[in-house]
Write a protein that binds this ligand. Structure first.
Ligand code: AKG
Length: 304
């Protein structure tokens, strides 16, 4: 089980208490790490795999250093504090660095997300050679920020049905820094079926709808069931989940950057979503371009 030092967390404007029906702790799957069948059964049951210390801590530390040095060069770090604490300079805020190849294609960064540890894990998990997208999602999440609840399929659903996300903390992340949270049950509970068949069929570039389903975690549990799960993370840990596991993150309540990346893996023999591979991946091209339907409007149409 994960540990937690706080008894409540906030996601957007909403507070949730550990031990209530809304919030619990993630469980890790290290006990079954070498049993591929058990890992698949666990993924099917929980919708995620938390693997502690899968990556080498020294590799993650090197990527963290490189990233903070880059933010510092960019004037985003408050130098009144130790630089490696990544305290956000006044006037700077959160930064999405997805696709910023000057950072995401450095040996330090690739040394984590393309490491033999993670590629080897997915080779074993899929029972065949795996590949990872060339596009890498990287986040420097600023004070007060969080990510709303969503399924990843709406952003990258054009290729393999076996695509998985791997969320990697680039630093030790206590709850107050804003950890990843998954909505257990959202990948398979019957109450989520309509949601999976409407929202889950959407493609943000084709349909021009906002991508995030909700920033109200309480409403989701009350309407559809399941429970939000989160916990503290250390460098080396990874969270792996499928395209239909609803997830988001809790608020960063500190003055520091929460640094993490999310990268994608699939069997190499499966079709690949063309937006995310190649020397200069196309990435999103229609999302938030021109007239965009709000999620509120779309949800009304879908009846969810
Ligand atoms: O790190 C976050 O805040 C969100 C991560 C996410 O959405 C993902 O891993 O797909």
């Amino acid at each position: 089980m994960s540990t937690a030092t706080k008894s409540t967390v906030k996601m957007g404007k909403h507070e949730m208490e550990f031990g209530s029906k809304y919030l619990g702790l993630l469980r890790d799957s290290n006990d079954i790490l070498n049993d591929v069948q058990a890992l698949h059964a666990r993924m099917d049951e929980d919708g995620y795999l938390l693997l502690r210390g899968l990556q080498k801590r020294s590799n993650v530390e090197a990527a963290r250093h490189m990233l903070i040095e880059n933010l510092d060069k960019n004037g985003q770090i408050d130098r009144d504090f130790p630089v490696m604490d990544a305290v956000v300079k006044k006037g700077s805020g959160g930064k999405f660095l997805g696709g910023a190849q000057a950072i995401t294609h450095t040996p330090e960064f690739l040394g984590v997300v393309d490491s033999p540890e993670i590629m080897g894990f997915f080779d074993r998990y899929f029972g065949e050679k795996s590949l990872t997208f060339d596009f890498k999602w990287l986040r420097a999440v600023g004070p007060g920020d969080n990510t709303g609840a969503h399924y990843d399929v709406v952003y990258m659903g054009r290729g393999s049905g076996r695509l998985h996300t791997c969320w990697t903390p680039l630093g030790d992340i206590p709850l107050e820094l804003g950890t990843l949270a998954v909505l257990s049950g959202s990948h398979k509970l019957e109450a989520y079926r309509k949601l999976r068949e409407t929202y889950g069929k959407m493609d943000v570039d084709r349909d021009k709808v906002q991508g995030s389903f909700s920033n109200n975690p309480i409403e989701m549990v009350d309407r559809f069931g399941g429970q939000w799960l989160t916990g503290e993370f250390q460098m080396g840990d990874v969270m792996i989940f499928g395209m239909f596991t609803m997830h988001g993150s809790i608020n960063n309540m500190t003055n520091r950057y929460r640094l993490s990346c999310d990268t994608r893996y699939q069997p190499a023999s499966d079709p690949v979503d063309e937006r995310w591979v190649g020397k200069n991946p196309i990435a999103h091209y229609g999302w938030n371009v021109g007239k965009t339907k709000t999620m509120e409007e779309a949800r009304k149409e879908w009846g969810v």
